[in-house]
Design a protein around this ligand. Structure first.
Ligand SMILES: Nc1ncnc2c1ncn2[C@@H]1O[C@H](COP(=O)(O)OP(=O)(O)O)[C@@H](O)[C@H]1O
Ligand SMILES: [Mg+2]
Length: 499
């Protein structure tokens, strides 16, 4: 044990302005910053939350009001302190906070000045302001007894019994160097506000569905439910409880596009405007969405898993195990549960691919009169078994048709390939039964498969085949017949090239 009483000490306090600059670099964007402010309103048991803003070039303001329990003067001062609560402290289940930092880091990430105005039931309203310019000047962790004097901020609070307003101004990150009449900056600002609205509708969808009202410029935000509960044709996997029920996992396989109305299909694209981006895990901490569509490093996002979304519910008891970050947009499964979570995901993913594969099989059946094209053809020579490359196979045929000076070389190479197939070895291995044969392209990137299918499809369409015909033909070509799940993604390539 060190005897501290015998040792000289000196202060090594954080330098206020550089520390605040560090807060600014946490990596929030407008969406995650507003969500963090709303977290506090929900923790304060608000029933209504209003997100308002007024574009005015460099004097633009954003203010967020709630009708939660509010804060007394002393509580506001405490709330303004960075790190006002210990991250190790156990919080109630309703509390969405964590580090005692969110209000400050989220606000400073967007603006240089923010004011907290609040009142508790039966009390007078009180206010305090953090001003980065003043901190730079005073070099001290001092807040100001100041509030911006525009009446519109307080209109809602005045009518409430209790509640809080957070006002952001000098929003330099978003409105820097834009004039009041700068139409492009204005359009950009409205665009990010719009995407923030969608983000909020997603992150807090469970709260909104349970009766919380979040208004965006006085219009109610519509919740976005990733699992589209209530839509016909959803396959719901049973819930699995892990870690004594502290983690609940449930897979959803959403319906194929052909089973959805165009409106529902668009709805499914979600705030990221893409089915592919929205596949993966959805991690909820106390019903608040932290991660929206991510495979957590377990798998890659691929189009044929588009229909797979997995719900993962956790509580705030295990924040440290889950590595929840300050801006609450990250959560990493604890290593001891990773395997189990991954196994459940694999199950759901397999079912999701099956939706596409099943449709592929139907297409293949509708065109059985087509020849089947294997790459290798079997034949017997002098009583011995040989294989040769099928010259009618489209890839090989194209290669041979090409006006190409090295054609003889290619033929020659083929000959060598054919003559050197290790048939005896294949058979010995087969009989030993030690190694089972993989399917083509198993375990390596499937990109060449998809690209070749798309290219072939594009050529067939250009040559006047109907989409159905082209797909049926492709479904009868080896090894594409093992990848029927891609048949549904052939049009995308043609559309993208067309644009
Ligand atoms: N809208 C609000 N209503 C009531 N109390 C609030 C509000 N916003 C912040 N607070 C108080 O300020 C504290 C600090 O908030 P914050 O910096 O976001 O950290 P955390 O949410 O992790 O506690 C909260 O714990 C809460 O006590
Ligand atoms: Mg908070």
């Amino acid at each position: 044990m060190i005897d501290y009483s015998k040792i000289e000490t000196t202060k090594a306090e954080p330098e206020a302005s550089s520390m605040i600059e560090t807060f600014r670099a946490v990596g929030y964007n407008l969406e995650t910053a507003i969500a963090d402010i709303i977290d506090n309103s929900i923790s304060a048991h608000a029933n209504n939350i209003w997100v308002d803003y007024k574009w005015n070039g460099p004097e633009t303001i954003i203010f967020i009001t709630d009708d939660g329990h509010g804060m007394s003067n002393e509580e506001i001062i405490q709330a303004m302190r960075p790190g006002c609560r210990n991250p190790l402290e156990q919080r109630t289940l309703y509390d969405l906070g964590r580090f005692g930092l969110g209000l400050k880091t989220a606000s400073f990430s967007q603006c240089r000045k923010f004011c907290l105005i609040s009142k508790i039931s039966g009390g007078e309203s009180a206010y305090w302001t953090w001003d980065l310019d003043y901190v730079n000047q005073s070099k001290a962790w001092d807040i100001l007894k100041y509030k911006p004097d525009y009446e519109i901020y307080y209109e809602k609070l005045k009518k409430l019994n209790s509640g809080t307003v957070v006002v952001w101004w000098d929003i330099d990150r978003l409105t820097k160097e834009s004039g009041k009449s700068d139409e492009r900056a204005k359009a950009k600002f409205f665009e990010v506000m719009e995407s923030s609205k969608n983000h909020i509708g997603m992150v807090f969808h469970r709260f909104i569905q349970n009766g919380l009202n979040i208004y965006f410029r006085d219009r109610k935000i519509i919740p976005w439910d990733p699992f589209m509960i209530g839509t016909d044709g959803i396959q719901t996997r049973p819930e699995t409880k892990i870690a004594d029920g502290q983690i609940i996992v449930q897979g959803f396989i959403l319906p194929h596009r052909s089973k959805l109305t165009p409106e529902d299909y668009d709805y499914g694209k979600g705030p990221k405007d893409s089915w592919t981006h929205h596949q993966g895990f959805y991690i909820y901490r106390n019903n608040r969405l932290l991660v929206a569509g991510d495979w957590l490093g377990m798998f890659k996002k691929e189009t044929h898993y588009d229909l797979c979304r997995i719900k993962l519910d956790i509580t705030n008891k295990f924040d440290i195990d889950w590595n929840i970050d300050i801006k609450k947009s990250q959560a990493i499964p604890p290593p001891q549960y990773r395997e189990q979570i991954s196994a459940l995901a694999k199950e759901a993913r397999a079912l999701a691919v099956e939706v596409y594969r099943h449709r592929g099989k139907i297409i293949k059946r509708t065109f059985t009169k087509n020849d089947y094209f294997p790459i290798w053809e079997e034949y017997v020579r002098h009583g011995k078994l040989f294989f040769k490359l099928n010259r009618r196979h489209p890839i090989i045929r194209d290669l041979l048709d090409a006006e190409n000076s090295s054609r003889n070389n290619i033929k020659n190479a083929f000959k060598f390939i054919e003559e050197t197939i290790p048939v005896p070895l294949i058979m010995i291995r087969e009989n030993e039964g030690e190694i089972t044969h993989g399917i083509p392209f198993e375990g390596i990137s499937h990109d060449p498969i998809l690209h070749n299918m798309q290219e072939m499809y594009r050529q067939m369409i250009n040559n006047g085949y109907s989409s159905e015909d082209a797909k049926a033909r492709i479904a009868n070509i080896e090894p594409f017949d093992s990848y029927l799940e891609y048949l549904d993604h052939l049009e995308d390539a043609v559309e993208q090239r067309g644009n």
